[in-house]
Ligand binder design. Structure first.
Ligand SMILES: [Fe+2]
Ligand SMILES: [Fe+2]
Length: 469
């Protein structure tokens, strides 16, 4: 019989994969006197666990559901089995915990046998990587080359589809504005996109800063939602809520359908409206308008839910949450995922009234808000599909070369494959090579770059002309 090893007061930097957290025992300052937001964060993410708190200087053990503002958090323990996700230590969990100010833990190391096996596997993997034979390396490179070329090709095709679909969305919204509800014009694109579009290609298009009107936004969010949603469901071996992929896509396309009830001059305005202005109030009614229109069209309940709740934050008291006074439990998983993708597209896409973000920066930003604004589980799922550096992101490497991210790595999300487009002397390359960061351990990503600042309006053509040597 192999016995579990118990360790107490393990600090965040000492956590190692293979450890299992049995209690959270050390916290950053913000947990020492809980405010409303932090209180909800804990309640949401540690559902059904117990907390030891100091309340009016008296220590007591309570269910996390009973936490109150001003409680001092001492310990979170007795986590139920469905929270194993925040107990099994991985590099990713460690990063997430650090970012959220969890500093010390009690851990269990499951039977040493298993630990030994894991160490052995790690050692074998390491040796495997460093001793890839020249022919294995060549094969891996060929595969990377093929994937990259396919991705470039897919992206060019998706640019065309996006244009057409976005015109179709514009038409149905214009029709609706005139009181005519007819979405048959979009159906042919829905079928076409379902067959050809990919979330990765569409995310890359967004980051290449192509035009970004309301309609492009709907198409981008639609495609990214549909393909990442189905990937997640497949990964988790769960049944999708929609009848088929086309329904999912149509639903996500129509998440902002309520905007058809908003006058075009407000919708296309280049200025940001004041929070309390009439225009802002009207803008914030679009989820309600959309849900009304869609239920009138007899759309499935999930689609109506997505339209109604896509601006609802997990912390429903936030200013940016609308409609107001809703129960977060009514927000289905699909709507939670959609709201993340909606926010991502809004940050990265080109907007007239703001500077757009680089994809990895947008990822880090949303990551910091997961568990407060966005549902932690939906975010985690989405992150495992797109990685820390979404495909098509532009990065600078430690050897001063510049390239586009071409893969979502399986193991270490920080080490994708990069197609180099500019050498260390700042010269643009006609023929490109791929650096595989999973193999080239001496090189790393040092910063993410703004595609527009680097290539101006040529970004798309620089990307489309990538040719791997
Ligand atoms: Fe919206
Ligand atoms: Fe939206």
């Amino acid at each position: 019989m192999v016995e579990d090893k118990i360790l107490t007061k393990v600090r965040i930097q000492e956590l190692k994969p293979g450890m299992f957290i049995t209690a959270y025992t050390g916290f950053a300052a913000k947990y020492r006197s809980l405010d409303d937001k932090t209180c909800r964060f804990i309640q949401h993410n540690f559902r059904k666990a117990k907390a030891t708190v100091a309340r009016k200087n008296k220590e007591q053990e309570i269910p996390v559901e009973a936490l109150k503002i001003n409680d001092h958090l001492k310990k979170i323990h007795d986590l139920p089995p469905d929270l194993s996700k925040i107990q099994s230590v991985s590099d990713k969990l460690q990063q997430a915990l650090k970012a959220r100010g969890f500093l010390e833990f009690d851990v269990k190391i499951k039977g040493l046998e298993k630990e030994e096996k894991r160490e052995l596997k790690e050692a074998i993997d390491l040796v495997k990587q460093s001793t890839l034979t020249p022919s294995e390396r060549k094969e891996r490179y060929q595969q990377a080359k093929q994937n990259a070329e396919q991705f470039v090709q897919q992206l060019s095709e998706n640019v065309q589809t996006r244009k057409k679909a976005s015109r179709a969305v514009e038409n149905i919204m214009d029709d609706a504005r005139r009181g005519k509800i007819d979405y048959s014009g979009i159906i042919e694109y829905v079928e076409d996109i379902t067959k050809h579009a990919s979330s990765e290609a569409m995310m890359a298009i967004v980051s290449l800063k192509q035009s970004d009107q309301t309609y492009d936004h709907c198409v981008d969010v639609g495609v990214i939602f549909q393909s990442s949603y189905y990937k997640i469901k497949e990964m988790k071996k769960e049944k999708p809520i929609f009848d088929n992929r086309s329904t999912a896509l149509l639903g996500a396309f129509l998440h902002d359908f309520g905007k058809s009830k908003i006058p075009k001059d407000i919708l296309d305005s280049t200025v940001r409206f004041e929070r309390e202005s009439r225009e802002m109030k009207l803008m914030e009614s679009h989820p309600k308008f959309g849900a009304e229109l869609l239920s009138g069209m007899k759309m499935p309940e999930a689609i109506v839910n997505m339209a109604y709740y896509h601006h609802v934050k997990q912390d429903t008291s936030m200013n940016s949450c609308y409609p107001k006074n809703v129960d977060y439990n009514s927000v289905i998983y699909e709507s939670r995922l959609l709201s993340i993708i909606d926010a991502y597209q809004a940050l990265v896409g080109r907007r007239k009234y703001k500077k757009s973000w680089n994809p990895p920066a947008a990822i880090r930003y949303i990551d910091a808000l997961a568990g407060v604004e966005f549902d932690f589980n939906a975010w985690d799922d989405f992150l495992s599909v797109i990685g820390l550096y979404p495909k098509g992101s532009l990065v600078e490497l430690s050897d001063k070369t510049i390239g586009f991210v071409m893969s979502v790595p399986h193991e270490n999300l920080e080490r994708p494959q990069i197609a180099i487009v500019r050498n260390e002397f700042g010269e643009d390359l006609e023929k490109n090579t791929i650096i595989d960061l999973e193999l080239e351990k001496d090189i790393g990503i040092v910063k993410d770059l703004d595609i527009e600042e680097t290539f101006g309006i040529n970004a798309l053509s620089v990307f489309s002309s990538i040719q791997i040597d």
